[in-house]
Design a protein around this ligand. Structure first.
Ligand code: NDP
Length: 477
């Protein structure tokens, strides 16, 4: 037994993670259900480091030094349970199973509890950065026990991405499912970021009158400022790409029906359960879903409404600046909502998650990596008890400066008939928080009228009910 770590599941992610460990000097045991993948890896990349290829579960476990560190990188769901079922009986107390797949955090909690009874540490770990990240340094979000992090942390820190200041993009997020929960919300925020970028693009195109190649340049400029991020950078790449077969902009030859694998949907489902309003993320999930309803869209082609008219050339640059403000302000709101969900999950499951540390490990390696995350880290470091990112003085000031343009962009979009559910939902969230009085008072009245659900008064303690069907006098409930 010579391997410091083992990886089972050697498809794109597992194979690159295994190579990343090996390139960092670790001896890596390899295993895959179909042994051909194991041998292919060694044949192709064997010279990158020291690999110990194995074919059976017994050989794999025997190759690992104790306490064993075993990484599972298989299809999330039933496959993960099957692999755990195969390996757990071969392990001993103190051994660690790291699940790096996109598991649902509730499954991770269940698996952690079951394995804990056998003395095995189960470490549900979010891994972000795709295939390239897995090889060159992902952002890593491990849950599980403190003891397991003591044994795994140094290795994970070595293979993780490093932020610009050199800090590794990994931290012990919290017990049991905390890591997979945070990965889930990361993906929800990713959906929101992509939707907001999509809305900015559509407005620049339909109202700004820019071509895709010109919009790519606008995004490149934005990428040198406060929106500096991986997603803005790749957006410029996609927009400037020209389809070789037709010589048309690539973005015009792709079917406009977005797909999804489900982590965004989970983020919204769990937010509903926790009572956290993640309207921006929800709109992003719905927007992908609606884009895919070809039947509804085909049946609605004749619906009345404006066709956007491009503005005058002289107004374009100003309009692009306004869109940048709208995008930035909306982005602050979607991160506010995502961090609220993490705080609520942490409270519900006693995870004690450090929100500043979460922002810190998202600064490199992951899909939502952005200069902006330095600001979020700083906001939580300045006030670890910050109730909402929007109440951070710096963010509040930036939104204050952006809001006129944000409002004008949303009203232009409405007037011109360009759908901007992300910008508009973010603005509505912001205005809801600012409002002195909300129509929720009327909602409470309606509920009391039809269901005797009672209400609270602004001027006295207690619950009250009005006798709506009688003399309309008020009784204390
Ligand atoms: P896939 O999700 O495509 O899974 C393929 C791997 O799972 C293969 O090694 C396959 O073995 C194995 N497998 C499937 N079913 C079983 C089973 N019943 N028993 C044993 N092994 C099984 O691979 P990816 O590399 O794309 O992803 C791995 C994990 O990482 C997934 O959970 C994914 O959600 C997550 N992830 C993926 C990212 C990405 O960008 N792709 C990013 C971040 C996380 P075999 O070769 O024998 O078929």
């Amino acid at each position: 037994s010579t391997a410091q770590i083992g990886v089972t599941g050697l498809a794109v992610m597992g194979r690159n993670l295994a190579r990343n460990f090996a390139r960092n000097g670790y001896t890596v045991a390899l295993h895959n259900r179909t042994a051909a993948r194991t041998h292919d890896l060694v044949a192709e990349f064997g010279e990158e480091g020291i690999f110990v290829p194995t074919e059976t579960a017994e050989e794999f476990v025997a190759a690992l030094e104790r306490p064993r560190r075993l990484v599972i990188m298989v299809k999330a769901g039933a496959a993960t349970d099957a692999v755990i079922g195969e390996f757990a009986p071969l392990l001993e107390p103190g051994d660690m199973i790291v699940d790096g797949g996109n598991a649902h955090f509730a499954d991770t909690r269940r698996r952690e509890k079951e394995l804990r009874e056998q003395g095995i540490h189960f470490v549900g770990t979010g891994v972000s950065g795709g295939e390239e990240g897995a090889l060159h340094g992902p952002s890593i979000m491990p849950g599980g026990s403190v003891e397991s992090y003591a044994a795994l942390g140094p290795m994970l820190e070595k293979i993780s991405a490093k932020a610009k200041d050199g800090a590794p993009c990994v931290t012990h997020v919290g017990p049991d499912g905390a890591g997979h929960f945070v990965k889930m919300v990361h993906n929800g925020i990713e959906y929101a970021d992509m939707q907001l970028i999509g809305e900015a693009y559509q407005l620049l195109r339909d109202v700004g009158g820019y071509t895709p190649a010109q919009i790519a340049d606008v995004f490149r400029t934005w990428n040198t400022g406060r929106l500096d991020s991986y997603l803005i950078e790749i957006t410029a790449e996609v927009l400037s790409h020209v389809d070789a077969a037709t010589d048309r902009p690539f973005v015009d030859i792709v079917q406009d029906r977005a797909e999804q694998k489900g982590t965004g949907r989970w983020t919204v489902q769990i937010a509903l359960d926790l009572g956290v309003p993640v309207s921006g993320i929800a709109e992003a999930v719905f927007a992908r879903s609606l884009s895919g309803h070809a039947d509804l869209r085909a049946a609605s082609g004749e619906l009345a409404g404006p066709r956007p008219e491009p503005i005058a050339d002289t107004e374009r640059a100003d309009f692009a600046d306004h869109v940048e403000q709208a995008l930035y302000a909306s982005k602050i709101v979607s991160y506010t909502q995502g961090f609220h969900e993490i705080a609520a999950g942490s409270a519900e499951y006693d995870w004690d998650i450090d929100l500043g540390a979460v922002a810190r490990i998202w600064r490199g390696g992951c899909i939502i990596r952005a200069a902006f995350l330095d600001r979020i880290t700083a906001a939580y470091e300045a006030d670890p008890g910050l109730v909402s990112l929007l109440s951070d003085k710096g963010f509040a000031e930036e939104i204050a400066a952006a809001q006129n343009d944000w409002r004008s962009v949303v009203s232009t979009a409405v007037t011109e008939g360009v759908p901007t559910p992300g910008f508009a939902a973010a603005l509505a969230y912001y205005d809801t928080l600012r409002a002195e009085r909300l129509p929720a008072a009327l909602t409470q009245g309606q509920r009391d009228f039809f269901g005797a659900h009672t209400y609270r008064r602004v001027d006295r303690e207690g619950s009250f009910h009005t006798l709506w069907g009688g003399d309309r006098s008020e009784v204390e409930a």
